[in-house]
Write a protein that binds this ligand. Structure first.
Ligand SMILES: Cc1cc2nc3c(=O)[nH]c(=O)nc-3n(C[C@H](O)[C@H](O)[C@H](O)COP(=O)(O)O)c2cc1C
Length: 470
């Protein structure tokens, strides 16, 4: 009798332990950010993202945002050193899948994602790149060049003429409830000369994915007016010969001096000074395309009018070949959830990035595309964390997309998830075009030109919507 009751107790204890552990595990998994909102991808296709969000993100989230970012860069540098060491060897090595992802998956990404932009001056094997701010000092250029993570391109910087320490720490915070980041880094970077020296040291890995260098005014409130223009021009002079494209960052919300070049006449002065510098330089190869990075102007009549004024200046300048839209948006303007807003209000300052700025970025891309008639290729950035978000930007008029905050929450697998998702969207798009959609504009990749369609017509995963008239 005693033996039976002891066996029963043991069984009850085991069942309770297993059930309790299972319930705790289940509760834990529920608390994690969703691995992938993109239902087109199978579990296997987004395996890396799932592994990251399940096992890595919870650990990363315990670490201060800037420390985690610095550790990521250090890990990247280590990987890069191994990668460069292996470069002369063409044999199959045990870590090839990690170090040479393109070698491990020769068929992916599909050639259909390839684009030539800026009058054919640059070729992008895939449209997904990394945004400015991730690698301010161009530490990982060889990795990007060699197609690491299947990135189609990378924008390094912002780099300024003088080195800058940026604002005091802490200056970067995560808002997990909204999958957002708030930063007021204050344009910390090693300065144009030092970054130029590093880029020169990487010149043996010159072919591959295009590298853009984002330049900004040195973060020093005493540099204003003509000195601010001279500061920009100096960075252009030093860095443009080493860049595949140059981005003029005139929209950083985190400077002590506030807005400097987002006022039409100041922007006109800056662009004409850079144009003069470009003319005066001796180029060993064709000069790189110049892009301007704008903020996401509010989705309102006043916001669009303000953007049109800047775009008129940009088009008149005869210097600018494209646009990057958009930068972070100011903390108080970000549409955060109630919990997120409470956290953000405690921080007070900074620019918000992540999925909460996606809609505003899309609206700004669409209005810029309409205002310029699609003449300037647009790199769409702001809250891209899935193929759906990337595709929405492309439908709005972007030719390329960049990611940053999405990587924090979804991990490096996000880049290939977006590519896999957009390839399936592309298939849908081509089926739809066979069934009557008008021809695709050459520079808006899988999308249908927004000016032809006005509103998105293609529902994800279905061709239910009828094509618009030609
Ligand atoms: C920590 C951090 C630092 C950034 N630094 C820069 C920068 O130096 N220059 C720049 O042009 N944009 C910078 N950005 C803005 C990003 O390039 C991008 O425009 C913005 O984060 C929106 O994209 P996302 O939502 O995908 O992050 C930074 C963003 C973050 C989160």
């Amino acid at each position: 009798m005693a033996a039976a009751s002891s066996a029963l107790r043991k069984t009850v204890f085991r069942v309770a332990t297993v059930t309790g552990t299972g319930a705790l595990g289940w509760a834990y998994l529920q608390r994690l950010p969703k691995a992938q909102d993109d239902h087109r991808l199978s579990w296997r296709e987004c395996l890396f993202t799932r592994l990251y969000t399940t096992f890595v993100a919870p650990v990363v989230m315990q670490t201060d945002a800037e420390t985690a970012h610095n550790l990521t860069l250090r890990a990247g540098e280590l990987l890069q050193a191994c990668r460069l060491l292996l470069e002369p060897s063409r044999s199959n090595l045990p870590l090839d899948w990690l170090l040479r992802p393109a070698a491990a998956h020769p068929a992916s990404p599909g050639p259909s994602l390839r684009q030539e932009l800026f009058d054919g001056r640059l070729v992008f094997d895939t449209p997904v790149g990394i945004a400015a701010g991730f690698d301010k000092n161009a530490l990982l250029v060889p990795l990007y060049r060699l197609g690491f993570l299947q990135l189609g391109f990378a924008e390094v910087g912002s780099v300024s003429a003088e080195p800058a320490m940026g604002n005091d720490r802490p200056r970067c915070w995560r808002i997990p409830s909204d999958q957002a980041v708030i930063n007021c880094m204050g344009l910390n970077n090693e300065g144009a000369e030092s970054v130029a020296a590093r880029l020169k040291s990487f010149s043996h890995v010159a072919d591959g994915s295009p590298i853009g260098v984002n330049i900004a005014k040195t973060h020093n409130p005493s540099i204003v007016g003509p000195a601010a223009i001279e500061d920009f021009v100096q960075s252009f002079k030093v860095l443009a010969p080493l860049a595949d494209f140059v981005v003029l960052n005139v929209s950083c919300p985190n400077t002590v001096e506030g807005k400097t070049f987002e006022e039409p006449s100041a922007l006109a002065d800056l662009l004409s000074a850079v144009a003069r510098q470009k003319q005066a330089m001796q180029w060993e190869r064709p000069p790189p395309p110049v892009l301007v990075k704008l903020m996401a102007t509010p989705d309102s009549d006043a916001g669009r009018a303000c953007q049109r004024q800047l775009l008129a200046v940009i088009e008149d300048s005869q210097l600018v070949d494209g646009l990057v839209i958009s930068n972070t948006i100011k903390n108080p303007e970000a549409p955060l959830s109630r919990a997120g807003r409470e956290e953000a209000d405690q921080i007070g300052k900074g620019g918000v990035s992540g999925k909460v700025i996606h809609s505003r970025s899309v609206a700004a891309i669409r209005s810029a595309f309409e205002a310029t008639g699609g003449r300037l290729p647009i790199i769409g950035v702001g809250g891209t964390d899935s193929a759906e978000a990337a595709y929405e930007k492309i439908r709005a008029g972007a030719s390329l997309v960049e990611v940053y905050t999405g990587l924090v929450y979804k991990g490096p697998g996000l880049v290939t998830d977006i590519q896999a998702g957009t390839e399936s969207l592309q298939t849908i798009a081509s089926v739809c075009s066979l069934s009557g959609f008008p021809s695709l504009r050459s520079h808006v990749l899988w999308g249908f030109a927004p000016d032809q369609f006005g509103k998105p017509l293609l529902a994800f995963g279905s061709c239910a919507n009828q094509p618009a008239k030609e």
